[in-house]
Design a protein around this ligand. Sequence first.
Ligand code: ADP
Length: 493
Amino acid sequence: MKLANKLIAAITPVVVVGIALYATLRIGAERDRFEQEMSHDHGHLGHALAAAVEAVADEFDDTHAASIVDRANRRGRGVQASIVWASPRTAKEGRIDEEPQVLRALEKGDDVLMLDRGAAKVSYVPLRGHDGSLGAIRISESRDAEVRYVRTTVLRLTLVALALAIACAAAVTLLTIRFIARPLESLVSQARRIGEGDLSSRLAFSQRDEMHELADEMNAMCERIADAQSRAQAETARRLAALTQLRHADRLSTVGTLASGLAHELGTPLNVVSGRATLIFQDPSKPEAVKKNAKIVVEQAERMTRIIRQMLDFARRREPQKGRVDIGELASRTVTMLEPIGRKKGVHISLSSEGDVTVDADSNGVQQVLTNLVMNAVQATEKDGRVEIAVRVEKAHSPDDVDSPSKEYVCIHVRDTGGGISDAAKDHIFEPFFTTKDVGEGTGLGLSVSYGIVQDHGGFISVDSKLGEGAHFVVYLPAPTDLKKTSIADHGS
Ligand code: ADP
């Protein structure tokens, strides 16, 4: 409204001054016209009376002639005529009591029209007495009518000026509110929202003018900022993921070195323990209770050997035996193999595969990874829960190289409806020996071994999970360059 007030304050005086100027000119013109008409009328009347008076005076006498003027006066309204003489012959006759130039003009036979005499206008039309003496018909008309006319015109024009000024102010107010104040208010609040970081709202103006252009520009600016913001966020997320992966890789290589040393150290004594216990177990001379204990020792030693082998698997990176593997088919085999375990627990395992999902990979390694993930998912899921496996080609950024363009990967999604992973646990699940399972149930090596295998293939694993909301693991294996282009989705890693 401040703007509207300013516009009204600027425009209204201009309008009022314009109208006042017009009114002044108009009143001047009206007054001139009025006077012209009056002088015209005086001329006509004067000549008619002069002719009549001269004719009657010639025919009869001056007294008869004067009575014509008296009669005319009785009929005239506001106009008074009289006969005046340059040198009156009797005291009753009127005198031309005007300035010498009036007399001179009359002597020449000219009309003297419209002299201002206070509240009246006076005109003289020359007249000759029957004796040739100079006289004149003097016509005097009150200015009341003119004054009344001018006053009415001024009043009328003042009212028109006032009405115009009010209409003008109202129109300016309405137009300013409609086309300037409201759009500006919207633009200001939009600018405020953008400043506060809200980039979701957009402006829609129906008017087609500069405000509309500004709103369009603001909308486009919002989109550009939102776009840049989401790109920056994605970039930051990718860099953070890369950092986490690097941290893992670093920790894993340290733990791997330690584990490999430990496995070597424990391998020989364990073989000795297992061999001696087998000897005791197989010795028929030993009592049953001793043989039973020896069997337990053998079983536990075998378990330890298995764990050590897994540790060595993890620590000693074998070169994968690569060949063309159809991941869809491999996943189908794995699901068939694990379905009975799921069924026993009341967990439904499903598989979907899209397009050509072959990779160059070590099929045993990939199957080990998938088995680990599905087993973990089944173990984390309660009765009537679901484990969904999906295989498809997607575009993604490698966390090791966030700056490079996205590449095609064959992705194995393993999603479950289980208990999920806490944020604290998520930081450690790929570390060897990290387990939340009971003693004897988990070794904490499944994911770390899987991680190593996938990395050996030039891929990576991502996990998305919240406590109580299930877990979603994705294995990214680089797609071969000759992969058929079918249903490729673009994903961040
Ligand atoms: P393990 O299965 O022997 O414990 P892993 O390395 O396979 O070892 O898993 C490490 C830990 O990661 C598990 O103990 C568990 O806490 C967590 N985890 C893995 N997968 C899932 C899952 N699908 N749901 C919940 N937690 C999981």
